[in-house]
Design a protein around this ligand. Structure first.
Ligand code: AR6
Length: 172
């Protein structure tokens, strides 16, 4: 069995094995959730990120969590919304699958996702939430009992986002 839950709050405060960062291809930090994670993790995070030499859109790379409560940060790069005809939906789905693959590789028991691409990258929230929940749910169902991962949190930074996720996530 596993649980999937929408929560309202700051992902840097989550007591989970891994938090996901909505980064950019440089992996060298930025604004939004990326900036918050780097601030909370401390400068050792950037030092490790420099060694990763970037990340492609849709892929994910893992570092330690340093000063965060989380043991790991899984950095993924979401697509920039360009109107919908630039493969954005497939790439966003790929982000979630890449993060889940990293989590399985690290034997992570709990993971927290932000709303990847829903800020600076302007992905329409309605579509992004549907992709996030359906991709993670299908993965968890397919792998139920086979992997260490048991708890998934979708961390929403504001009430409107929390409403959107809550409509789709049925706590099981
Ligand atoms: N905890 C949880 N969610 C947060 C937090 C937080 N502390 N802070 C912001 N969010 P964004 P993107 C939400 O812009 O669209 C960066 O500069 C936010 O409200 O952080 O993938 C990177 O370096 C929104 O719902 O990520 C890239 O250049 C969601 O996180 C670029 O932004 C994602 O917003 C990536 O853009």
């Amino acid at each position: 069995m596993y649980t999937m839950q929408a929560v309202l709050g700051d992902i840097t405060k989550m007591n989970v094995d891994a938090i996901v960062n909505a980064a950019n291809r440089s992996l060298l930090g930025g604004g939004g959730v990326d900036g918050a994670i780097h601030r909370a993790a401390g400068p050792r995070l950037l030092k490790e990120c420099r060694r990763l030499r970037g990340c492609n859109t849709g892929d994910a790379k893992t570092t330690k969590g340093y000063d965060l409560p989380a043991k790991y940060v899984i950095h993924t790069v979401g697509p920039i919304w360009q109107g919908g005809s630039a493969n954005e939906e497939v790439l966003l789905k790929q982000c979630y699958l890449s993060c889940l693959a990293q989590a399985v590789e690290k034997d992570v028991r709990s993971i927290a996702f932000p709303a990847i691409s829903c800020g600076v990258y302007r992905f329409p929230v309605e579509i992004a939430v549907r992709i996030a929940v359906s991709t993670v749910e299908a993965f968890m169902r397919r792998n139920d009992g086979l992997i260490a991962l048991k708890e998934v949190y979708f961390v929403c930074f504001d009430e409107a986002m929390y409403q959107k996720y809550s409509e789709r996530v049925n706590d099981k």
